[in-house]
Design a protein around this ligand. Structure first.
Ligand SMILES: [Zn+2]
Length: 460
């Protein structure tokens, strides 16, 4: 596929270093030493590690004594800290969240930038928005970011699927995302769908999103012939397709049509052998998307890490909505959720390509904080902390075809989160952030906090 093996160069404002005009001279290195490092690949953990960073890249990483001394280096002690790679979230919806929820009236370029700031603040370095762009706003900002034209310190890197595809439902809104039904393309025929995919490809979208299912019989399904046409056209143009599905039958239909990614776990019934066989032989990726449905009450709203960016009123409003279950329940029933947890464990055990997804930016999913809730939900479902982190770092980087990020390894970008407490002991410790480093440079989290709070108050 055309998209494999890319490294997208984006500068994070002041952290974007010029590697070109140093006349071949090596710049000073920085050694981060003494932390426990979660590498983000398999079971690899390095205690009392050394990370040597030069020009934004990891030059060496290993036990501290094995990292070659460099007399010109600056040393930063991280004794007592835990380091994990920055999170890469390949599934969310940017630009709709504001206050305590998502709405199409909130969508704007400014709001997208606000979300990219929030994501970076919480250590999310890459975010892919899946299918809810309006008027190419996401595409325009993504392109500006790739050209280095966003003069803004500390933004997550944006990926986008542009505007996704659903079937029109006669006499009603389509089966696309409830907060953005008017942002998706309603495909009326296979040729119409192909035309839309060609237009997306011309804008160099990073993926294609389609909504296949009938939303509990309330919406028109995407006809199989149109689904296959979308996927065929996308594959011809080197694009991966993520399918929104609900049931095991939906999942099989999407895989048979050639979908590369299921945007959710099938929620009913339990997956059978046939589905698992299909997923493993085809290598279809399955997004976790657990926390968005997790019936875990409202105690998580008391996390001080959430209050750092979320206004008091937003937290109170969401708490009231969770408690009143109005206008509709925000979460799945406990029974349905426990079935999803079993499915998740089954998939991991069977070697299915499970990839982290926080489905950020709607319902309860605060940009940046949702990603940490998702990690917690994975571990609560019985996934090991290291596997959960790997799914959100190396696996998600692989899915996006990013060769320069993911695990903390020589040659990759020094994008990492320094934690005050160890998530391998207690997963919510991923929120106890001491600092976030993008390309080796500490993010000015205080400046982001001030900016985000000021914007929230001005109603920008
Ligand atoms: Zn989604």
């Amino acid at each position: 596929m055309r998209k494999e093996g890319r490294s997208v160069s984006t500068s994070h404002g002041a952290s974007g270093q010029s590697r070109d005009n140093r006349g071949g001279e090596r710049s000073a290195a920085v050694l981060f030493e003494g932390a426990r490092v979660i590498v983000g690949e398999g079971e690899l953990v390095i205690d009392d590690a050394g990370i040597l960073v030069r020009d934004g890249l990891i030059e060496q990483i290993g036990p501290r004594e094995a990292v070659t001394p460099d007399p010109a280096r600056e040393t930063v002690s991280l004794a007592g800290k835990t380091v994990m790679p920055a999170i890469i979230n390949p599934h969310g919806h940017i630009g709709y969240w504001r206050g305590a929820g998502a709405d199409s009236s909130h969508f704007s370029g400014e709001n997208i930038l606000d979300h990219l700031r929030r994501l970076a603040y919480y250590g999310v370095s890459v975010f892919q928005s899946l299918g809810t762009d309006r008027d190419d706003t996401e595409i325009r900002l993504r392109d500006m970011q790739r050209r280095g034209e966003l003069d803004d310190e500390g933004l997550a890197t944006l990926f986008t699927a542009g505007s996704g595809i659903a079937a029109p439902t006669p006499g009603s809104s389509n089966g696309g995302p409830f907060f953005a039904v008017d942002a998706v393309h309603e495909a009326t025929s296979a040729e119409d769908a192909r035309r839309h995919v060609r237009a997306l490809a011309a804008k160099d979208v990073d993926a294609v999103k389609l909504w296949l299912d009938d939303r509990h019989g309330t919406k028109a399904r995407l006809p199989p012939a149109i689904c296959r046409a979308i996927i065929d056209e996308a594959h011809t143009r080197g694009l991966k397709v993520a399918a929104h599905i609900y049931t095991v039958d939906d999942a099989k239909e999407a895989i048979h049509a050639g979908a590369d990614i299921l945007a959710h776990l099938p929620r009913t019934p339990e997956p059978d052998e046939e589905l698992i066989e299909l997923l493993t032989t085809r290598g279809t990726a399955v997004f976790t998307s657990m926390s968005i449905q997790r019936p875990d009450g409202d105690a998580w709203l008391d996390d001080p890490a959430l209050a750092e960016l979320a206004p008091v009123k937003a937290i109170a409003d969401l708490r009231a909505r969770i408690r009143s279950n109005a206008p509709q329940p925000l979460f799945d029933t406990t029974e349905a959720y426990q079935r999803m947890e079993r499915t998740l464990r089954t998939f991991f055990d069977a070697g299915v390509r499970v990839v982290f997804s926080a489905d950020t930016g709607l319902l309860t999913q605060f940009p940046g904080f949702a990603e940490h809730r998702e990690l917690e939900a994975l571990v609560a479902a019985g996934v090991s902390p290291l596997a959960a982190i790997e799914s959100a770092t190396q696996r998600s980087a692989d899915l996006l075809g990013l060769t320069d990020r993911g695990a903390l390894e020589p040659g990759k970008r020094a994008d990492f989160i320094v934690l005050d407490a160890d998530p391998l002991v207690h997963m919510p410790n991923t929120r106890r952030i001491d600092s976030v480093h993008l390309q080796g440079r500490p993010l000015d989290r205080r400046a982001i906090r001030d900016r985000v709070r000021k914007d929230a108050h001005s109603g920008a």
